[in-house]
Design a protein around this ligand. Sequence first.
Ligand code: ZN
Length: 157
Amino acid sequence: MIPEPRLEHLYQEVILDHNRNPRNFKEIPDATQYSHGVNPLCGDDYHLYLKIDEQGAVRDVGFKGSGCAISKSSASIMTSLIKDKPIQEAERLKENFLQLMTRDNVPEAVKSQVGRMILFEGVKEFPVRVKCATLIWHALADALRDSKLNFEKAPKR
Ligand code: ZN
């Protein structure tokens, strides 16, 4: 694994805390959505499970796997942000965070929409690590794409 970059102290603390103590670090046996994300550059490898209810809300979310502190803490914070939220809100968060991490001159309006994920903005100074921070979010995109298909197929109530 690539050594951890030195981020600003405060950010480092939060990231290390989530790394040591990841939230929602579990499999969900009755998940409705699943995705597997791999970042071969760093060795990050995670399974993401979502349980979406009939109202289209994220009833439960969990992830398992291994990787660097940035990838694991990003996954941990992501799961705590989207739990109990409508999938549209999870989608918006994902869009805003990916924009924050992959574009230059990101508008304040976008930055203000990403919650605690703003901590990862400093990771942009280490371009090779951006994939670590965004890995689980791409897995989320993949899992939610699935969910839309399933919802479209589901009979109307
Ligand atoms: Zn990594």
